[in-house]
Each structure stands twice: as C-alpha cells, then as structure tokens.
Design a protein around this ligand. Structure first.
Ligand code: ADP
Ligand code: MG
Length: 474
C-alpha cells in the first residue's frame, strides 16, 4: 500500500540523530523506561524501544478517546455482570476454544453464587488506530480492542512524556509543553487499585499482584507499585506467581489468604494466554475468583473484553441495551465492522466477505498478547481451510483499519537510529470499580501511545513489535 509519510522531525537531521538518541537512551534508563532482557542476567535492564520524538496526533480524536472511555467502562462492567449476554456471545467460542471455556466455567460457577455486592475492578485499556479514507484523509478513530487483563505500560507512559519533553528541549523547541497532554496513568491506575482496597474495607488486607515466573516488563509493574505506595503508605503489596499460589493461597470464610495475609485485591499481570497456566493453576484462579477479594479483572470482566464481545457490540441495537441512544450513537463511530464466524448464514456471509476481499479484513482468533492476527493472503488461506469446520467459531473477522504513517525514529538500544515511517496506536486507560448494584468509580485513566514500523502488523512493545511513544497534539 502506498503511504504518504508526513514529516515530524522537530529539528532532527542525520547529523544530530546519533547523539540525540544516545542522550535519550540515558534519560530513558534513568527514568526506568526499561525492561529485563530475555537473554541476559536477571538484574540487567535494557531500554524499551521508544520513539525519539513524540508523534503528531489530531487533538480531536485524542479527546474523543478520552471522552468515550467512561461509557466503554460502564458497558464492559455491565456485560461482566450479565450471564445472558456472555452466554449469548461466547457459547460457540467455548465449544472450540479451551482457554475461553476455562474462564467461562469459572465465571459461571461464581455467578451462580449470586453475590450482588461483589465488586470487580477494571484497569482497562481501549486501543485505537486513526483511520483514513481511500484518498488518505484521516476521517476518524477506530477501536482495535478492549484490554481487561494485564493491560500494560500505564506505569511508564508518563515517563515517556517526560522523555519527549527532554528531547524536544534539547532540540531547541519552544512553547510545545501544552501540546504534550498531561498523563497520570501511573497514579490513575494506582488510585483504582487503592479504591478497590478501600471498598474491601480491611486496613490490614493486602493487594496481590499475580505475576509471571520471570517478569520481563518489570519496570512498568514496579512503577505502578511505587505509585500505589506513594499514594497510600498503609497498603502492603505482595507479588506471587501462580506456582507460589498453588500452596500459599487458601480460602477461609470466603476470604482469600496468601502467605497468611488477607487479600483485598487480586491484580493479574499474568494469566492472559493459555501458556500462563499449568492445569492446576486453573484451580487457583477459581479459588481466587470464589473469594470475596476484588479481582482485577473478574472472570466476567475478562470475558467482557474478549474480541467476541467486541464484535457483538457492533451489531445493530446492541449498544442501546447499555447506553442511552444518543450516547450509543456517539460511541458507535469508533467501532469498525466486525463479524463472528458462527455456523450460520450470517457467519457464511462474513466468510464470503473475507474470501472476496482479504486485504480489507483482519482475521483474529480469541487471543490476547500479540502475534495472533492474520492479514491479506493469510486471511484467505485460513478462511479457506476453516470455512467448513467448527474451528471458524474461534475467530472474528474485522474490517481492516487504515492508519496514516508519519515519520519518527524508533530507538532500539543497540541499533543505530534510523528515521522511517511509523503507525501510532493510542490506548485510553479506563478505571471502573463496581458491583451489580453500585458503581464506586468510573473514569478515564490517562493514555498510552505505542508505535510500530509501517511494515509491521503488530504493536506489542515488550513482545518486541512496537515502541513507546507519546502524542503531540495538533
Ligand atoms: P492483541 O490482543 O493480540 O493485542 P489486537 O486486537 O490488539 O490483538 O491486535 C494486535 C495488533 O494488530 C494491533 O496492535 C494493531 O496494530 C493490529 N490490528 C488489530 N486489528 C486491526 C484492524 N482491524 N485493522 C488494522 N490493524 C489491526
Ligand atoms: Mg492489542
């Protein structure tokens, strides 16, 4: 696809590129914009990939994402508490997708307990791409997906804004600060976790971070942890793996205890892909879900942010079930067309669409974590292979968003920096805390911009696809 690449150099030229990039790497390291590398010792940190300068982003669409987030939060929490909707959306997926089925079984078993007072916490992130028409004009913002579990980089996004201030000042830019929007995603997410701890209402209870065996994205998680401790010094945070929880987590009078400490909030930073679980870990997740601790996210909220529910919400008349008509119309403008591929006539029609125009669609399995989507020729060959089998029910077909390319420079630690075309993906954080009966908190929680090279289909940063970025509003 031919793309027009806009220039956003802010005074970067070939002559100063290397030295500015070196200064920026030191600043990034100093600010903790780093991760644990996969191939070096555990106490080593390397800079995360980042864009050298902020990327221009239309303010109109930036503010739209921010404005819509509380509505999306509310819809997703309503769905998390609605067995009928989750059943309607996921009944065919769970027949063919064991991972989703495991989460659904946990949801259903706990939902039967009918605890209307039980709160869930969402530290959500809704991701968007700008969308162009065929002539290359940006005509809007389209949502890529909702993330409910382990949505990352809220801890570090504010530091990327600082990094970009530093770089632009070094480049002699003036009067730009108000164009880099304020971002408190670290403290906003922290306030969400503290609000849940407050609602649980036991000052000696703790917040549990459920983490991977080795956490590569450790600095993002620590940034959030330190923001919590900075805001509420009385709270204790414990980091445990599923393996540790197999023996250390117990239920007593419906309360969750880990290493003898009562848990107020279970915050998952792992558990979003099948590989995160040994079979026995599903029992631990179930045990935690059954407890009175507030889960971030609950199994219901995890499912509410599935791609299948996202596709369901785009159907005519569905959003109105959750929002007043005028607000539903407003929210719908960011939805791209999406189709589930059930064994029905509608499903057949969607398959035909994908086969006839593979370049206009993305084929997505019900998975998070990046690297799973299919594009172009792969859409066609995969649809051809699965069209007559039930396997197709594990996928959705989504209209392909057509984002603009701009120029920037992705700094990758040890490679020499190069200016090239990138595509930006905006994430809007959303914080929601509530039960079936009562909403305690619902707000926008700051933003994240991640960018990828134009020739890449994926944006995951810790997975090595994308780079941390920040918006420069225009
Ligand atoms: P994951 O849950 O694996 O993160 P996403 O739905 O976020 O899956 O898709 C991964 C990446 O694929 C996104 O970051 C985006 O860059 C790209 N992508 C996803 N959906 C679309 C789409 N409809 N059009 C264009 N690109 C897309
Ligand atoms: Mg994603």
């Amino acid at each position: 696809m031919e793309r027009h690449i806009l220039k956003t150099s802010y005074g970067i030229v070939d002559e100063n590129l290397q030295s500015i990039a070196e200064d920026a790497i030191d600043f990034a390291m100093f600010k903790g914009i780093t991760m644990r590398p996969r191939n070096l010792s555990h106490d080593t940190r390397v800079p995360l990939p980042f864009c050298l300068v902020p990327s221009k982003f239309p303010s109109r669409w930036f503010y739209l994402a921010r404005e819509l987030q509380p509505y999306l939060n509310q819809v997703l929490l309503d769905i998390a508490h609605s067995r009928d909707v989750l059943k309607e959306c996921l009944s065919s997926t769970i027949e063919v997708d064991e991972f989703t089925s495991n989460i659904y079984k946990i949801f259903e078993a706990v939902d039967r307990l009918d605890r209307t007072e039980q709160s869930s916490l969402g530290l959500l992130r809704s991701d968007y791409l700008l969308n162009m028409d065929d002539s290359g004009n940006v005509i809007g913002l389209k949502q890529v997906e909702n993330n409910a579990i382990a949505a990352s980089f809220g801890g570090l996004a504010p530091s990327v804004r600082h990094l970009h201030e530093f770089v632009l000042e070094k480049l002699g830019q003036k009067a730009f600060h108000h164009l880099l929007p304020e971002n408190e995603s670290d403290y906003e997410l922290a306030r969400g976790l503290i609000a849940a701890w407050d609602v649980y209402d036991n000052p000696s209870s703790i917040i549990l971070f459920v983490v991977e065996e080795v956490t590569y994205n450790i600095c993002d998680q620590r940034a959030l942890e330190y923001a919590i401790l900075d805001t509420e010094k009385d709270v204790e945070i414990l980091r445990c793996t599923f393996k540790d929880l197999r023996t250390s987590a117990i239920l007593r009078d419906e309360k969750l205890f880990v290493h003898g400490k009562e848990v107020a909030v279970v915050y998952y930073r792992t558990g979003y892909v099948p590989e995160d679980y040994e079979p026995i870990d599903w029992e631990t997740r179930f045990l935690m879900e059954k407890s009175r601790a507030i889960k971030c996210p609950s199994a219901g909220l995890h499912l509410a942010c599935s791609k299948r529910v996202q596709a369901f919400l785009t159907r005519e008349g569905i959003l109105e079930r959750f929002l007043p008509q005028d607000i539903a119309d407003h929210v719908r403008q960011v939805f791209a067309k999406q189709y589930s591929l059930e064994m029905t006539e509608n499903g057949d029609r969607a398959i035909k669409l994908g086969l006839e125009n593979p370049d206009k669609y993305v084929l997505k399995p019900e998975r998070d974590g990046g690297g799973n989507n299919l594009y172009g020729e792969d859409v066609k060959t995969t649809l051809d292979r699965i069209k007559s089998t039930e396997e197709r029910m594990a996928y959705i077909l989504m209209e392909r968003i057509n984002p603009p390319a701009i120029s920037n420079c992705i700094v990758l630690g040890d490679c020499s920096p190069e200016i090239g075309g990138i595509v930006c993906e905006l994430g809007a954080f959303g914080i929601i805390l509530g039960s079936k009966k009562k909403i305690f908190k619902n707000n926008y929680g700051g933003h994240l911009l991640r960018s990828k090279r134009i020739d890449s289909n994926e944006t995951g940063v810790a997975a090595g696809f994308g780079a941390l970025d920040s918006p420069y509003l225009e």
